[in-house]
Ligand binder design. Structure first.
Ligand code: HEM
Length: 62
């Protein structure tokens, strides 16, 4: 995909606030392959995804 799917464990993504990550998961990323997940998830479930992202380790890009 282009732009590349980001490394969600990277310091760049991890430096964003919980509400910023929530917004991205809720609304998606325009003109990328990232859909918004509002349609499929409750607020509670979206917050679970934010907390899950906080558990991810960083991987070098290939
Ligand atoms: C900071 C930016 C991003 C965050 C926090 C993020 C987070 C997520 C999360 C939490 C999911 C849902 C996983 C699940 O429940 O199965 C997801 C799915 C996905 N994301 Fe992202 N994402 C980001 C950017 C992107 C970008 C830039 C792309 C594409 C270039 C992308 C492509 C996808 C795809 C293809 C899926 C799967 C959709 C499906 O299940 O059909 N993401 N992302």
């Amino acid at each position: 995909m282009y732009p590349r799917v980001p490394d969600l464990g990277s310091s760049e993504i991890q430096s964003w606030s919980d509400p910023q990550l929530f917004w991205i998961i809720e609304n998606g990323v325009l003109l990328s392959g990232m859909p918004g997940f509002r349609k499929f998830n409750t607020d509670d479930q979206l917050w679970h995804l934010v907390h899950y992202i906080r558990t991810l380790p960083s991987h070098p890009q290939q």
